[in-house]
Design a protein. Structure first.
Length: 680
């Protein structure tokens, strides 16, 4: 029976010389400090300069102790942050009815992400694989809670920090291509070169005593203030234009160069319902909300009209921003009428005493980050009422599909490449934010239309293939991915998903070659190693499967509990229980709700005749999956061994209702019935 289981800017003619500085090497902020010490020190007090840091216990704003404990009622996990030495740890644990700890794991934080103005979240790393941790410190409320979006889906310690996320919050990292989240090096804070371009040529020229000719621009570095308006804004919009980003072919989050147009590097799509919403806005929506403002549309203002990127906002103070407003809105001295319409502003002098930003910029909760009040950059005459963070509707919990709109420069109508970008955007919306099947036909339609018109983009081919997979169009998905992998033979992701498509179609032997290629193209692509192990297993190559699982788990032993279970299962199938047990136990130690591992570990304990321990594991599996046949049947066997025959009969009958004709269950039930008759 055992079952396993300022408002003006320079002209565009100054943009071209700056581009000569684009292709040289990066030198880091310390190289800037020797000549620009004041700017260096001031910048590193800004939110950008402190965007990623190491945790320092002596300067940390967080509070610890019993009040720091957080409970996730959905997953029944408790979380607790604490400091040991100069390291912050986060502990995840579960209590039983008696208050005893029945499961726990603890990990150290490698980096703090966030300047501490709104939030401080934490990143951990395992052998270079960087993931988010489940708790965030919300500065305004002075409290710990689950990290943003974790209230919808608790990713625990496993949410990968992908390149786009890391690059917006940080300097340029040493990212490993064709992985989800592996980094050879992680900087600490957004660097000078993110806005000024690579500084190698500039530093070399200055060290050699070479200065630009009098009256000529410095071509060794990018001066954003000398760029035209759109190029200035492109620099800021790298990170302050939130939405779904689709990079141009051959580009990624690290390849944008200051002095070039952002629209040539990427397309950004926003939710239409949120872009123009008078109340809802995201925490990184500065650019698209500012674009709604009459101030922006009727002037040449840029972000630096109001913000000095080298100085912290808190050091500028409200007076600075009011003075900026008055620079454009001060009436002529001969005019008595005030520009300000508030009732107590009876003349020009009084008009200039008000708090402009307090009246014309909304501070409210954001649509994407809980417990945070932020400034909406849509400048308006009349503001809607401020809303508390907890009263903001989360748009992505809606049951109907949402529309995307392009917020970067629009291409010509019916542009084929634009159709491919839309397809990728809708796929990303589906995969990462709003998993509604209604998006899949749109992805397929847009991608096919763009490809048929002669455009191409590897990400669009991948989106098309994966959308077909999600729709269970396995043969079509395989054809699409096969053609894509042939056209882009060095793309490990395409090879991986071709292998996955063949596996899903039951063609494990054919899946081996593309999965082997994906792993060869990028040996640190741990998911490719795991999928290859599954393909070996499906073709009966047990030793190769075990080796592939081991190789993957050597790379990342923390974030793949299913792989620990699968490896243990290979031993369990061969009755090598002593080897199987610790491996499956490791899986349960990483994910106490992994039903298949609970069933398999219970089977180990049953073979070992540790019946009480086996019963506890099967009961845990049934709490999560009440109709799990393997858990029901095996628990029935355990109850029979424990002479709890009535309970065993109930369970075995339930197995037969779920799987009529199951001969093992029938035989076990007959034995239980016989035992019951003998006890009467």
């Amino acid at each position: 029976m055992l079952l396993l289981a300022g408002c003006a800017s320079g002209g565009p003619d100054e943009a071209a010389p700056a581009r000569e500085a684009l292709a040289v090497r990066h030198v880091g902020d310390e190289a800037c400090a020797s000549c620009h010490e004041d700017l260096y020190l001031s910048y590193h007090r800004t939110g950008m300069g402190r965007s990623v840091s190491r945790f320092e216990a002596a300067a940390a704003p967080e509070r610890f102790g019993p009040e720091a404990r957080v409970f996730d009622a959905r997953r029944k996990f408790y979380y607790e942050p604490f400091v040991r030495g100069d390291t912050l740890f986060q502990r995840e644990f579960r209590l039983d009815a008696a208050g005893r700890v029945v499961y726990e794991q603890t990990h150290p934080a490698a980096w703090v992400i966030g300047s501490g103005h709104a939030t401080r979240s934490y990143l951990m790393q395992v052998n270079g694989y960087v993931t988010e941790m489940p708790l965030t410190w919300y500065v305004e409320r002075g409290r710990w809670d689950l990290s943003p979006a974790y209230e919808q889906t608790n990713h625990r310690f496993d949410r990968p920090i992908v390149l786009e996320c890391m690059t917006c919050h940080n300097g340029l990292p040493a990212f490993t291509p064709f992985t989800l989240d592996h980094y050879a090096e992680v900087p600490t804070g957004i660097t000078c070169e993110r806005c000024h371009g690579a500084g190698g040529a500039h530093v070399e020229a200055r060290l050699a005593g070479l200065d630009p000719a009098a009256g000529r621009p410095d071509t060794t570095i990018v001066h954003p203030a000398r760029l035209d308006r759109d190029l200035q804004l492109s620099i800021c919009q790298q990170c302050h234009l939130s939405g779904i980003t689709v990079f141009a072919p051959g580009q990624d989050a690290t390849t944008f160069r200051p002095g070039t147009p952002l629209a040539a590097h990427r397309s950004v799509f926003a939710l239409e319902a949120e872009r123009d919403d008078p109340e809802r806005f995201g925490i990184a929506s500065h650019a698209k909300r500012l674009a709604l403002s009459a101030c922006y549309r009727r002037s040449a203002m840029t972000c630096t009209t109001c913000h000095d990127p080298h100085r912290p906002v808190a050091e500028l103070g409200a007076a600075h921003f009011n003075q900026v407003c008055q620079g454009c809105h001060t009436p002529a001295p001969e005019q008595e009428a005030a520009v300000c319409s508030r009732p107590d502003a009876h003349g020009r002098a009084e008009a200039m005493t008000g708090n402009c930003i307090g009246c014309h910029l909304q501070r409210s909760g954001t649509s994407d980050i809980p417990h945070v009040t932020f400034t909406d950059h849509w400048i308006r005459r009349t503001l809607p009422p401020a809303r508390r963070p907890e009263d903001i509707e989360r748009m992505l919990v809606r049951a109907e599909p949402l529309e995307l709109v392009r917020v970067t420069e629009a291409p010509p109508a019916e542009d084929a490449q634009a159709r491919l970008e839309e397809a990728v955007a809708y796929w990303n919306l589906y995969e990462t934010k709003h998993r509604l099947p209604a998006y899949l036909p749109r992805v397929v339609r847009l991608a096919r239309r763009g490809l048929a018109a002669g455009a191409d983009h590897p990400a669009a081919r991948l989106a098309l293939g994966r959308a077909l997979l999600e729709a269970d169009s396995l043969a079509q998905a395989e054809r699409v991915l096969e053609a894509a992998a042939a056209r882009y033979p060095d793309d490990a992701f395409l090879a991986y998903w071709l292998g996955e498509a063949r596996l899903r179609a039951g063609r494990a032997e054919a899946a081996l070659a593309p999965l082997q290629r994906a792993g060869a193209l990028q040996p640190l692509f741990v998911e490719a190693r795991l999928k290859l192990a599954a393909a070996y297993e499906a073709t009966g190559r047990v030793e190769a499967a075990r080796a592939a699982y081991r190789a993957a788990l050597d790379l990342d032993p923390v974030h793949h509990p299913q792989a620990w279970n699968n490896l243990g299962f290979l031993y369990l199938q061969q009755q090598r229980v002593a080897e199987a047990g610790p491996l499956i136990d490791r899986a349960v130690g990483l994910d106490p709700d992994l039903v298949v591992a609970l069933v398999n570990l219970g089977s180990v304990r049953l073979i070992e005749q540790a019946f009480e321990a086996a019963a506890a594991l099967f009961e845990r599996a049934l709490e999560a999956d009440p109709d799990n046949v393997a858990a029901l049947g095996n628990l029935g066997l355990v109850y029979a061994h424990l002479e709890r025959y009535e309970e065993a009969r109930v369970l075995l009958r339930r197995v037969l209702r779920l799987t009529p004709g199951d001969q093992r269950a029938e035989a076990a039930l007959a034995q239980v019935e016989q035992r019951l008759r003998g006890t009467r």
